[in-house]
Design a protein around this ligand. Structure first.
Ligand code: HEC
Length: 183
């Protein structure tokens, strides 16, 4: 579509006096104004759209890298692994750490749960944890005697130190923990 503008001029090319601006000319002038504003806004929106697309693309990069299978496999992997002799050392080191932690846990945990009530403050004449003088004569009697007294009770010391779920081995571990920390 070709536009023909007959804009008002102050003097006509042939020297005749200027004529009055027609309605058609006013309409064309207004159309021109409309188109320039319209395309300016459309251009601005197009640029904005491109910027938004770029931002959105960057934001979703992580989602594109998201691999559900790997996450699921990681989440459901077994907590323990069987070590076959002669296979990778790192696996064995890992297992060793877990075992040490578990062993260290039992003695101290049982003490904190059952024995501390009396042995922390020395209730009813209980030898206090860390009181070397109180423990020395008892330790001198030997580990077997200490463990047997812990299992069977001794005077105000109740059988099993009130840890009814403890096995003899558990009690031995706690007594070792107490002795080791009372020398
Ligand atoms: C109700 C208080 C009380 C609790 C709980 C208690 N003890 Fe005792 N314990 C005593 C008293 C009192 C003695 C001192 C007994 C005595 O020599 O007359 C004692 C002594 C001992 C001795 C020394 C025994 C000996 O041969 O001299 C050991 C070992 C011991 N307790 C271990 C434990 C362990 C392990 C626990 C927890 C599983 C525990 N006790 C919980 C009160 C308690």
């Amino acid at each position: 579509m070709a536009f023909q503008y007959n804009l008002p001029v102050s003097r006509c090319p042939d020297g005749s006096s200027p004529r009055t601006t027609t309605n058609q000319e006013i309409a064309l002038s207004q159309d021109k104004q409309f188109y320039s504003t319209f395309f300016a806004i459309m251009g601005g929106l197009a640029v904005l759209a491109v910027i938004l697309i770029l931002i959105a693309t960057n934001l979703t990069t992580d989602v594109a890298d998201y691999k559900p299978e790997e996450v699921v496999v990681e989440n459901i992997k077994p907590v323990g692994k069987v070590n076959v002799a002669g296979e990778s050392a790192p696996e064995q080191a890992e297992v060793a750490v877990v075992e040490t932690a578990a062993a260290a846990k039992s003695g101290e945990d049982i003490y904190n749960g059952s024995c501390m009530a009396c042995h922390a403050a020395g209730v009813a004449g209980a030898p206090k944890l860390g009181d070397a003088a109180a423990w020395a004569p008892r330790i001198a009697a030997g580990m077997d005697s200490l463990v047997a007294n812990a299992i069977n009770g001794l005077n105000a010391m109740p059988p099993k130190g009130l840890c009814m779920t403890c096995s003899d081995d558990d009690l031995k571990a706690v007594v070792e923990y107490m002795v080791n920390n009372s020398q």
